[in-house]
Design a protein around this ligand. Structure first.
Ligand code: PMP
Length: 360
């Protein structure tokens, strides 16, 4: 078996030991005579997995008891709407930062439900930078301040968190579980699973009690946090396969050193790629301001689009796929999530070095 280095932005690479465990258990789940994805979501086999997934996530994040964990379908995209639908009914206020493609979508949905104020907008700077955390404020009567911790397409990532008088609601889809968090600042954290957590088909939503209490009861059942949180995400059939794999990923992270471990690896991997961009500064160019360069999604340009195409094609032939930038912005992008081996980043950096030497 030859596995490539997969730099895809999501779905993306998963830890090999996790895939191997799934492979071993997929047909006959631990001697049960059936697959876990054939088993009742209320039966003993799945119940154990469901409980363990929640416990492992709580342990990894150090999540206090006043936060609920929900595993929901509809991806992070549904949360763009579900958050304001649950927290802003009746035209309540919320503040948003417009930091790129994903924040923009969150803002558009929020405007359907609430009075939305954009407190910082990166549009005029082509979304290539973020404000200093200390320069971000929120209205004291806003229900929350919304941030996108890491813009997967633009490659900007908050390195520090604003001090604001309201809870932060954060889309962490593309850097969830990549570093420790000052949890007390966050009222709600959400993330699509398919980057650092597991397979596509699920979002994890973590909500603090005081925000949950503010949610209305009269929403369509699936769209109400008050449906899912008290029922531990078992109101209806949960996304059993993504939850199963996520449990294995979470166990793997907990067993190997937790968030400090992955944060160190992210530093190392991203350092290798940014280092190579700097080394060949006349050839490669990272458009993102140095203080907010993402440790998960590194974006860069080459002198021409032809060279970019050639770079991507040759990298692919060398066993490194998924390096094409998002279709909306072009260029190159390496998504180097938790499960990307450091050797993968090293292989990419070596390839970049050689390519630049040949073509500069
Ligand atoms: N937010 C961010 C930061 C993302 O990267 C993505 C997906 N790439 C989404 C939201 C949307 O997630 P989903 O596809 O799970 O709806």
């Amino acid at each position: 078996m030859a596995r490539i280095y997969n730099f895809s932005a999501g779905p993306s690479t998963l830890p090999l030991p996790v895939l191997e465990q799934v492979q071993a258990d997929i047909v006959d789940y631990k001697g049960a005579g059936l697959s876990l994805i054939e088993a009742s979501h209320r039966g003993p086999h799945y119940s154990e997995v469901h409980e363990a997934a929640g416990a492992a996530l709580r342990k990894l994040l150090g999540l206090p008891d006043n936060y609920h964990v929900m595993w929901l379908q509809g991806g992070a995209t549904l949360q763009f709407a579900m958050i304001p639908m649950n927290l802003l009914q009746g035209g309540k206020q919320a503040d948003y930062t417009n930091t790129g493609s994903w924040a923009k979508k969150a803002i558009a949905d929020a405007k359907i439900f609430g009075d939305i104020n954009v407190v910082w907008d990166g549009k005029d700077e082509n979304f290539a930078t973020l404000p200093a955390a200390a320069d971000v404020d929120a209205r004291a009567d806003a229900v929350y301040l919304h941030l996108t911790s890491n813009e997967t397409i633009g490659g900007v990532q908050w390195q520090e968190w604003p001090d604001v008088p309201v809870p932060i609601v954060c889309d962490m889809s593309s850097d969830f579980l990549s570093r420790k968090l000052p949890l007390e600042k966050f009222g709600l954290i959400y993330a699509g699973a398919q980057k650092n957590l597991g397979p596509a088909g699920m979002a994890v939503v973590i909500i603090r009690d005081d925000l949950l209490e503010q949610c209305p009861d009269d929403l369509p059942a699936y769209l109400a946090y008050k449906t899912h949180a008290p029922k531990d995400s078992l109101y209806n059939t949960p996304p059993v396969f993504p939850i199963w794999v996520s449990r294995l990923v979470l166990d793997y992270l907990n067993e190997n050193g937790g968030l400090d471990w992955v944060a160190g690896l992210a530093e190392e991997r991203s350092g290798l790629v940014y280092g190579m961009i700097e080394k060949h500064g006349g050839f490669y160019r990272c458009p993102v301001a140095a203080h907010c360069r993402s440790k998960m999604n590194v974006v860069w340009r080459l002198p021409t689009e032809e060279l970019e195409q050639q770079f991507i094609a040759e990298a692919k032939a060398a066993g490194m796929d998924g390096l094409k930038g998002h279709r909306s912005v072009g260029g190159c992008r390496a998504s180097i999530y938790n499960a990307m081996p450091v050797e993968g980043a090293k292989a990419l950096a070596d390839f970049m070095d050689e390519f630049a030497r040949k073509h500069s």
